[in-house]
Design a protein around this ligand. Structure first.
Ligand code: IMP
Length: 200
């Protein structure tokens, strides 16, 4: 079985390949010659994940899955959520600016519960209706809280300020091996893997 993962993020690609094993061939956007930065214009993680998967299905006619992740902070009514990458404005993906803004918003706030949520949208070629893919979504969540300052060097994004439940260190201190066992993305990918392996 061959399936496109709508990403060019090498870290995400290798994480997913290691969970899925060799029985399912995963290819990236660059592997299929897609160089477009698919715009994430949705208002929810679900919409954005589907938009990315649908782009590949519509333009290449291939089965595809895509993910979208957000950090949801209770005291901020779920913000930054779908806007996590662009929370501090600008072109986005400025993790230092995003963390600074979040710590500022939570300054003096004792209630710091938060969670990372990943949604994966899977669109599979439907042999009976070539224009109409078979659709499934999978979700992975890790709960925790936001620290009052940054800790640790590993990981990316909000990792230095997110402390998962059951631990007293941030994702950036815990490191990749522990994070990949308990993370939102790992949990969503496990759901996807169970589904794909069952249907093989
Ligand atoms: P994406 O949907 O995976 O691109 O994630 C959107 C944004 O959420 C990223 O730019 C990061 O700021 C944040 N993010 C996603 N996953 C993680 C994670 O595992 N740790 C920390 N931040 C993350």
């Amino acid at each position: 079985m061959k399936i496109v993962f709508a990403t060019n993020n090498a870290h995400k690609l290798s994480e997913i390949k290691s969970i899925l094993g060799s029985s399912i061939e995963i290819v990236s956007l660059s592997d299929i010659g897609c160089t477009v930065d698919i715009p994430e214009t949705g208002k929810t993680l679900e919409e954005n994940a589907r938009i990315k998967a649908a782009y590949v299905f519509e333009h290449y006619g291939l089965s595809c899955f895509a993910d979208d992740t957000g950090l949801e902070v209770e005291a901020l009514h779920g913000a930054p959520g779908v806007y996590s990458a662009r929370y501090a404005g600008g072109a986005g993906h400025d993790s230092e600016a995003n963390m600074r803004k979040l710590l500022g918003e939570l300054s003096g706030e004792p209630h710091r519960n938060a969670r990372f949520r990943t949604v994966i949208s899977l669109l599979q070629v439907n042999e009976n209706h070539p224009q109409k893919p078979i659709e499934h979504q999978f979700e992975g969540i890790v709960t925790g809280h936001i620290a009052t300052e940054k800790h640790g060097q590993e990981g990316f994004g909000y990792d230095p300020i997110f402390i998962p439940d059951g631990y007293n260190q941030s994702f950036a201190e815990l490191g990749e091996t522990i994070k990949n066992k308990i993370s939102h993305r790992a949990r969503a990918v496990e759901q996807l893997a169970l589904f794909l392996k069952a249907g093989r």
